[in-house]
Design a binder for this molecule. Structure first.
Ligand SMILES: C[S@@+](CC[C@H](N)C(=O)[O-])C[C@H]1O[C@@H](n2cnc3c(N)ncnc32)[C@H](O)[C@@H]1O
Length: 247
């Protein structure tokens, strides 16, 4: 099982596959007051940037699980590069249903809550790996502004307005499930740009080099349409990582 090829092509050499900059990731690592020797499980860990940089900066150890062989390989290379490969492990596989052998201090799913069929299910999944008193990190989109039409909904990677909460709705959802929201770091239009805009140059270069590839037509359409969709996305769609402690 692997991630479809078009995702890997589009994300190019981006280390963070979400509307978060390296600075925001570092702010989050400091904000949640990680302790040296702490343990972290990251489900859908992508290219491993969270685990690798936090292992370097906060002396934690941990495991990342991701469906993409390319992402797992990039994560291992990044761990070598940052000198933390003795403390972080990257596993290739489906994270839906993955439970750590030993309970961890922090369990995270950043921008992939479909692995647990949505926010509620992903919280339940992560909790199965968490020590009592441990912290959850959930990265999730929310509506910054109410989308006025279906064009805006679809530009924001949703099918229905109800696919996402607004920020207050997301906080209430966490609280209803029995968790205190104890920290957050939010994306902003500029950090959205740093996620989406690199896709366009990556796609354009790829198209120049692979004009006859079977994906060329779809990528040509995406390169024409996505900057316009992104005009809507950067205004209407918020995204953040929320730190939760069980009540
Ligand atoms: C939006 S990216 C987020 C990656 C990373 N958390 C980050 O913030 O950079 C989603 C990731 O989920 C992974 N993924 C998708 N479905 C998965 C599954 N069922 N199990 C594990 N990983 C999955 C993809 O390969 C991709 O790396």
């Amino acid at each position: 099982m692997d991630l479809p090829r078009h995702h890997t092509i589009r994300d190019g050499d981006q280390r963070i596959v979400n509307p978060f900059t390296a600075e925001k990731l570092a702010v989050l690592g400091r904000a949640i007051r990680l302790r040296p020797g702490g343990t972290l499980l990251d489900l859908a860990s992508g290219r491993g940037e969270l685990l690798c940089t936090w292992a370097r900066d906060h002396h934690i150890s941990g495991t990342g699980v991701d469906l993409s062989t390319v992402a797992v390989e990039m994560s291992r290379r990044r761990a070598d590069e940052l000198g933390v490969s003795d403390r972080v492990t990257f596993v290739h596989g489906d994270a839906g249903g993955y439970v750590a052998d030993r309970p961890v201090d922090v369990a995270a799913c950043i921008g992939a809550t479909w692995i647990g069929d949505g926010v509620n299910g992903t919280i339940e999944l992560l909790e199965r790996s968490l020590r009592p008193g441990g912290m959850l990190l959930i990265g999730e989109p929310y509506w910054r502004l109410d989308p006025p039409d279906q064009e805006t909904v679809e530009a924001c990677h949703a099918q229905h307005r109800d696919d996402f909460d607004d920020l207050a709705g997301l906080v209430r959802r966490f609280q209803r499930q029995g968790w205190d929201v104890v920290e957050w770091v939010l994306a902003d239009p500029d950090s959205w740009d740093r996620y989406s805009a690199p896709h366009w140059l990556t796609i354009r270069r790829w198209l120049d080099e692979n004009p006859d590839d079977e994906l060329a037509g779809a990528f040509r359409d995406e390169l024409t349409g996505d900057p316009l969709r992104h005009v809507l996305r950067r205004e209407f769609l918020g995204w953040g990582v929320f730190a939760l402690l069980k009540r």
